[in-house]
Design a binder for this molecule. Sequence first.
Ligand SMILES: Nc1ncnc2c1ncn2[C@@H]1O[C@H](COP(=O)(O)OP(=O)(O)OP(=O)(O)O)[C@@H](O)[C@H]1O
Length: 247
Amino acid sequence: MSILTVDLQDKTFANGLQAIRELSFTVQSGEFVALVGPSGTGKTTVLNMIAGLETEFVGAIQAPREALSYMFQEPRLMPWLTVENNIRLVLDAPCLQIDSQRFARMETLLQQLGLTEFRGAFPKQLSGGLKRRVALARAFVTQPQLLLMDEPFQSLDEPTAQDLRQILLQLWADTRPTVVFVTHSLNEALQLADRILFLSARPAQIVLDYSVPLARPRSMVTSDLQALHSQLLQQYPQLLSGSLKEI
Ligand SMILES: Nc1ncnc2c1ncn2[C@@H]1O[C@H](COP(=O)(O)OP(=O)(O)OP(=O)(O)O)[C@@H](O)[C@H]1O
């Protein structure tokens, strides 16, 4: 059953810059899809359109906006709220009573993410990795049907990013939301996704719709992954020519 349909003919900003031309894809319920493409090609713009934050475009999008979470590049925590209240914020309940089911879900996430001891801390007291953990808890606590993630582990050191990818996969396996995950890292996409949509340089178009042939659960550092990375680039040399040379 499809949960997300994106059918875009054109997205041109007011300054005349055309970010997207003829970009269409469908995502099945529970699927983990990565959008991979070079910097500035319109990946964030696509997520913003799916979320309903960007409404000026030619085309149509069907998405479950009432059951959607969006994890941004920066964790975007409210500096004046504690870890716990940053999570409660999306339940509309900072400092208030919440029902026992939602409370239990929040507690489980705090534990799974190793945040219990930091529940009373403020964002400025947290490392970058811990802030991302809070953002992950906030993204999952509402039990979204669709989770949009925009390079959420960028600018972290690699071991911290690996830990967070592992945690993300565990959380995803528990409740199986549909995920659209933007990255410019082919390795990250191969580690996480069922399917990778490779985008061209601007105006963004899909150059390859690739199903990742790796079983789950996936180990994070495997020779399988390295082999697949090289095989993919051998098979589709166009990914390396010009538009995707950074991957
Ligand atoms: N409001 C805007 N007005 C004009 N141009 C914009 C606007 N927002 C984004 N752009 C431009 O549109 C293009 C696509 O931006 P977008 O942020 O979607 O790319 P991206 O693929 O997510 O890039 P990155 O990987 O660097 O985050 C970029 O060239 C960007 O500078």
